[in-house]
Design a protein around this ligand. Structure first.
Ligand code: NAP
Length: 255
């Protein structure tokens, strides 16, 4: 049996991907399974999709199990992590991916639109990371990868809530990277641009054309484009990289 980092006979590492039932999270979970990680697939509403994904991952010869849990809910996160640990063991790789949008112009943005996005996209990152960090410190090895967005770097009209959450993730990740570097734990961020998922499905043709005009590589991104970078940050190959933000945006931002 080969491990996540390819050493024959070594135990497989366990990765938790939040919001893995669809889109980018799904691709990340599958890519990690293909790279030899056992995978805990977190979902909130899409139970069937999560179960189907687990079957696909298991076909790679690793273990994958689905765990329902609303990461925006303060009480749900500890029970989610407890269920994973009891069933699969200690999480060694955490991918903070779950996210939503509730777009509106600032003048029209409701308190609830602000709060839902901050709780789901940012507070969840704090809560999930806090739950896994102790095990990583004990093991003196860990990988935390946070899915931010290019709008966390450059902002976007109509997304003050989402941009604030995504920028917050970057500050959080850099601080935690400094706090735990000496313990063999790396914390990195991917910042996708326009990726073809349910989240961007609602963009109309005019918006898509405008978006494409800003992308030097001249296509929307695929979930796999993000998944490959996440898998690199999850591996031993990235051991000297921490506190970094990698834009995966076809060259859109270059900042
Ligand atoms: P998506 O297709 O809408 O999928 C969102 C995923 O998040 C689903 O699996 C959903 O699970 C899960 N989720 C949502 N709320 C949750 C909660 N409270 N608890 C647990 N899981 C929850 O979105 P996506 O495009 O793949 O986005 C994934 C991440 O990439 C997000 O953080 C997003 O902000 C970021 N991103 C996306 C783009 C893009 O262009 N698509 C660009 C930059 C950044 P259920 O279906 O089971 O509820």
């Amino acid at each position: 049996m080969s491990s996540a980092n390819g050493e024959k006979g070594a135990a497989r590492r366990l990765a938790l991907v939040t919001g893995a039932s669809r889109g980018i999270g799904r691709a990340v979970a599958l890519e990690l399974g293909q790279k030899g990680f056992d995978v805990a697939v977190n979902y909130n509403n899409s139970a069937e999709a999560a179960e189907t994904l687990c079957e696909e991952i298991a076909a790679c010869g690793v273990t994958a199990r689905a765990f329902r849990g609303d990461v925006s809910d303060v009480a749900s996160v500890p029970s989610l992590l407890k269920a994973i640990e009891e069933s699969m063991g200690v999480v060694q790789v955490l991918v903070n991916n779950a996210g939503i949008t509730r777009d509106n112009l600032l003048m029209r943005m409701k308190e609830d639109e602000w709060t839902r996005v901050i709780e789901t996209n940012l507070a969840s990152v704090f809560r999930c990371t806090k739950e896994v960090i102790r095990g990583m410190v004990k093991a003196r090895w860990g990988r935390i990868i946070c899915v931010s967005s290019v709008v966390g770097l450059v902002g976007n009209a109509g997304q003050a809530n989402y941009s604030a959450a995504k920028a917050g993730i970057i500050g959080f990740a850099k601080s935690v990277a400094r706090e735990y570097a000496a313990r063999g734990i790396t914390v990195n961020v991917v910042a996708p641009g326009f990726i073809e998922t349910d989240m961007t499905k609602s963009l109309n043709d005019a918006n898509k054309t405008a978006a494409l005009a800003q992308i030097p590589l001249n296509r929307m991104g695929r979930p796999l484009d993000v998944a490959r970078a996440v898998a690199f940050f999850a591996s031993d190959e990235s051991e000297y990289i921490t506190g970094q933000v990698l834009a995966i945006d076809g060259g859109m931002t270059m900042c």
